[in-house]
Design a protein around this ligand. Sequence first.
Ligand SMILES: C[S@@+](CC[C@H](N)C(=O)[O-])C[C@H]1O[C@@H](n2cnc3c(N)ncnc32)[C@H](O)[C@@H]1O
Length: 230
Amino acid sequence: MMEQVELRMRHTLTILAVLLVVATTAAGQRRGPRGSGPGGELSPPLAKTEVEKRILAVLNDAVKAGELYANVPASDGRMLRLLAETVNARSVVEIGTSTGLSGLWFCLALEKTGGRLTTFEIDPGRAATAMAHFKKAGVDRLVTLVQGDAHQTIARLKDPIDIVFVDADKEGYVDYLNKLLPLVRPGGLIIAHNIDSAPDYLTAVTTNPDLETVLPAQAGNGMAVTLKKR
Ligand SMILES: C[S@@+](CC[C@H](N)C(=O)[O-])C[C@H]1O[C@@H](n2cnc3c(N)ncnc32)[C@H](O)[C@@H]1O
């Protein structure tokens, strides 16, 4: 008798487990691969101009060729482009270029806004790969790449900034914030990637009354978007 009950329970549990797997897989298929390819979880971005087409092709090729190092997923890249175009960014500063993928996403916006990207990278190999990507995409004229330790090299920045994107050494986020916030124009944004690994930074941007911070739910890799209030 006990054996029969146990058998029935095991049978029921197996059915429940199968149903769970089917439901999870179906949901995953509806969403598509998260953050992969040039589109992220949505359908791929549609190029409106030849310039957009070329930048998206370079992004696509870089992913296919594996010319990557800790780059933002496409879903976050699309968000960066959208934010930059929305605030009509003329000056974007990026800490942590890597192989240039987030920079290319920004360039999709900067092409339209007439803006420029200044991006900082400590690793010479990644800096060279990024520059090659910018050249291939025809956007190198929009980009200044500064190689070296950004904690020191950002001292050269003097002009107002519309967007700061922080995506380098996580323990350095607060230092980058303290050094660059005075240059961010009122109404400008400070965007930080992988904030789950930078709790001090999150505290800093959420305890300053000059700032308003949101964590977009759709962001692939924990992004904090902070407005410098007017
Ligand atoms: C997460 S990756 C950046 C990814 C890039 N934003 C993208 O999405 O394409 C972090 C980069 O920051 C660079 N980095 C780390 N510490 C740095 C520092 N002190 N100064 C400049 N770059 C630094 C690393 O070499 C690495 O390439």
